[in-house]
Design a protein around this ligand. Structure first.
Ligand code: 3PG
Ligand code: MG
Length: 395
């Protein structure tokens, strides 16, 4: 997949339309609480600005519902944060393909940057609408996909816009190139033992990934709510835990296919409510009583997982081991994060929550790569390719 990068195109005096993933968390006051995705996009942004390109940035934020009050999904605070990081003015258009965007794009000077309002405020974005895409593409001389976190989506700005560029250059940004290289290399030629640790609550998203990981990894460790369909599949009880019963059949198949490669928790830290001050107890996995829910892996599991992680030469981690935003149910996730940080292997962290855990614990510098993509990095681990990247110009 050698794709042309932003470095390979002449940008001086040209308008570069760059798709970024600035879908970042905002607090109640609409301040950006984690700017990792913005910071990671800076090298490509700066490359364009330094060479005298005129940059138009476009992104989505959250999942707004068309027709509702979507003020909290505005990208304005993100443009402000970007301006602080770049130490320059970032113009902000209050629309995407409307008059304000057109007027501001017309005023862009060489080395100047503007940001469009949330793409998903326009129904054409999620629909992949060709007309919407054509209007965006017409603004630009060069298209750049620097939105790794969104690469698994076929939204208009990801697929229809580069298509509508016709023969004009369409390239990847450094962030997309770097993330794809890291994840591809990890899968293609891993140093063994190669261990994957999967957790989190979005079980349906991740169970399909397990099949592919079982094919390529030496061990696949399961934590978080993802463990509960496996408990049900082996006749265990999960009490009131978060579980999707329709995944039990698939869990059975994976247990058969995985053999001893697939490692499940041996104990579970439960609470009688999802709060920090609830009553708590540690039970054997699959023995969660009614009225109780599993909120973290138990201490024996944490120790076991930390040992396996510590011995890995390549490790991929996606998803927390429990409800890590509510201590003490953060202990399993912390133990895993610590073991990965202390480990000697190549470590790749994907998914917002695992990345946040690594960041909060101060371990970001002690792992090889923290991905800006959750779903996108999982899609890669599933072995999928991205249309949004395939259609860009080859080197
Ligand atoms: C993400 O945060 O996962 C990406 O920005 C994609 O967002 P989406 O899941 O709403 O498409
Ligand atoms: Mg997501």
């Amino acid at each position: 997949m050698a794709k042309k990068t932003i470095e390979d195109v002449e940008v001086a005096g040209k308008i570069v339309l760059m798709r970024v993933d600035f879908n970042v968390p905002l607090d109640g006051q609409c301040k950006v609480t984690d700017d990792q995705r913005i910071r990671m996009a800076l090298p490509s942004i700066e490359s364009v600005l330094k060479r005298g390109g005129r940059l138009i940035l476009m992104s989505h934020l959250g999942r707004p519902t068309i027709g509702e009050d979507n003020a909290r999904f505005s990208l304005k605070p993100v443009a402000v944060r970007l301006g602080e990081l770049l130490a320059m003015e970032v113009a902000f258009a209050t629309d995407t393909v409307g008059d304000d965007a057109g007027a501001k794009a017309g005023c862009l000077a060489d080395g100047g940057v503007m940001m469009l309002e949330n793409l998903r405020f326009n129904p054409g974005e999620k629909k992949g609408d060709a007309e919407f895409a054509r209007t965006l593409a017409e603004m630009a001389d060069v298209y750049c996909n620097n939105a790794f976190g969104t690469c698994h989506r076929a939204d208009a700005s990801m697929v229809a816009v580069p298509r509508a560029m016709g023969n004009k250059p369409k390239v990847v940004g450094f962030l997309v190139a770097k993330e794809i290289k890291y994840l591809t290399d990890a899968i293609a030629d891993p140093r063994r033992p190669f261990v994957a640790i999967l957790g989190g609550a979005k079980v349906s998203d991740k169970i399909p990934v397990i099949s592919n990981l079982l094919r390529i990894c030496d061990k696949v460790l399961i934590g978080g709510a993802m463990a509960y369909p496996f408990s049900l599949a082996t006749g265990g009880k999960v009490g009131d835990s978060l579980v999707e019963p329709d995944k039990v059949g698939l869990a059975k198949e994976l247990l058969e296919a995985g053999g001893d490669k697939l490692v499940l928790p041996v104990d579970t830290h439960c609470g009688d409510a999802k709060t920090g001050d609830c009553n708590k107890q540690v039970v054997e996995a699959g023995k969660i009583p009614d009225g109780w829910q599993g909120l973290d892996i138990g201490p024996r599991t944490a120790k076991l997982y930390a040992e396996v992680a510590g011995n890995a030469n390549t490790i991929v981690w996606n998803g927390p081991m429990g409800v890590f935003e509510i201590p003490p149910f953060d202990e399993g996730t912390k133990a895993v994060a610590q073991a990965i940080a202390d480990g000697r292997g190549i470590s790749i962290i994907g998914g917002g929550d695992s990345a946040a855990a690594i960041g909060q614990l101060g371990f970001a510098e002690r792992v090889s790569h923290v991905s800006t993509g959750g779903g996108a990095s999982l899609a890669m681990l599933e072995g999928r390719t991205f249309e949004a990247v395939e259609l860009l110009d080859d080197k």
